[in-house]
Design a protein around this ligand. Sequence first.
Ligand SMILES: C[S@@+](CC[C@H](N)C(=O)[O-])C[C@H]1O[C@@H](n2cnc3c(N)ncnc32)[C@H](O)[C@@H]1O
Length: 254
Amino acid sequence: MTEWMVLMENEGKVHIVKLEDELRKHKGLGVINTMRLLGDLEIGQEVLIGQKYLKRMPPRLPELIAGMARRAQTISAKDAGAFITKLGIGAGDCVLEAGLGSGGLSLHLAKVLGNSGHLVTAEPRDQHAKVGLINLERAKYCFEEFPQHTHIEGMLEDVVPEMEFDAIILDMPVHVPAILASTPTLKLGGRLACYAPTTSQLEDCWQACEDAGLKVEWAGELMERPWGRTSKGGMRPINGPFGHTAFLLFAQKV
Ligand SMILES: C[S@@+](CC[C@H](N)C(=O)[O-])C[C@H]1O[C@@H](n2cnc3c(N)ncnc32)[C@H](O)[C@@H]1O
């Protein structure tokens, strides 16, 4: 299996590098032979690459997220946490996720599913799937436990597998066909969730869930407001973007 290593700059920027015995360009690090330069580096030790000192860090979920390969917009910890808790996802569950995209949400799901879970992902765009699958390959190497993973190419509505799911999560521009096609695979008591950046998408999701016979439990937006220390002492909300990610909707098969 390919070995991966997590390196962190003093300022906190994370690089995830593949150990290979060949000279290759690594984004932000230049042309290096990672096996020769880093092969003996222990966790906690530092290495000088170019002008940068980098420390080898344990490969935990936040580091894998910080250093992940990116293409499609990813679901962040704020929303991933809500999906996991409101859908009740944990060890042994079988979860369907579409689209895979960069695999941001998949990394969170893989972490909580453990060895006994099964993650099924679907994605129609090769270029997106390539990035998502690399991130999952890294996680498989780095996590102590990793679920069975099945990836399916295509629009979910065309490729819904003949399986039963404890939870379904849909993050895509048009949810309705995927909701209608995947709901029959949801177990009784299982839940389907949608991630919808705009209000019109959210409304379509609500209607489609009801049309599919699901009971909408919760729809809304989660807000995150970071605080920091001021130069004169004390703490206050930091000046920075207070942005919108997406609306979340949860519906149950009852
Ligand atoms: C925003 S990205 C998903 C990001 C992902 N949740 C993450 O956290 O990295 C949306 C993805 O859905 C895919 N997609 C669009 N329509 C789809 C469909 N009908 N079925 C499955 N995937 C779809 C797109 O190609 C795109 O990669």
